[in-house]
Design a binder for this molecule. Sequence first.
Ligand code: COA
Length: 199
Amino acid sequence: MNFIETKCSFQPFTEKLIKSSDNFECENEDLNDFFLNDCINYSKKLLGKSYCFTLDEDETKIVCAFTISNDSIKVNTLPNNRKRVVNKTIPREKQFKSYPAVLIGRLGVNIKFGRQGIGTELMDFIKSWFIDKENKTGCRFIVVDSYNTENAKNYYLKNNFYFLFSTEQQEKEHMGLSSTDELKTRLMFFDLITLEIEE
Ligand SMILES: CC(C)(COP(=O)(O)OP(=O)(O)OC[C@H]1O[C@@H](n2cnc3c(N)ncnc32)[C@H](O)[C@@H]1OP(=O)(O)O)[C@@H](O)C(=O)NCCC(=O)NCCS
């Protein structure tokens, strides 16, 4: 059953919502702080829009939340072996230097609702938004700079995202980091064309 679509309401993150609901609490403190203190400002500055699902039977509970903004995958800056992966489903004559994408800048599920498939439902919801006929701009990929933790990476892999770089070492080189630097996040992507798109 689809929990968020049947038992929750979708809404933009607003000051009113923040005042009237319990603080959002997912497993990551930085994310909790962002949704409490920064997301409204971010939205006002047109840097990222935040949305959430609240629980219908108790509207003070934010079940899950995310922030999105426009982005792109610049294929011409990738190593050849990774260029091929991104270009896999794009005919040679249509291959560009850069493809339109949406960035999931933040995404979290309330700890109390964790590990029940809600993160996966949320990702299906986000994917469906960008293949919707009413979508105002072309958007081929979803990209995310995932926390480099097992549960975040597992979550995106389970939802059919791929690593943009094949190894941490390759990603560090691309970011200009030395091999001893810690890689805190991993770039991952999802190709929206792999979904059934209704004509
Ligand atoms: C990552 C997160 C969004 C997952 O949400 P969720 O509702 O628990 O996800 P789901 O129940 O749909 O789980 C999907 C898959 O994610 C992975 N996963 C989720 N939580 C995990 C954990 N604690 N440890 C390991 N893998 C985990 C598993 O592969 C899981 O599939 P499985 O249950 O079949 O093994 C949530 O744990 C969260 O908000 N974490 C903190 C913020 C964060 O890391 N955000 C993502 C990076 S920006």
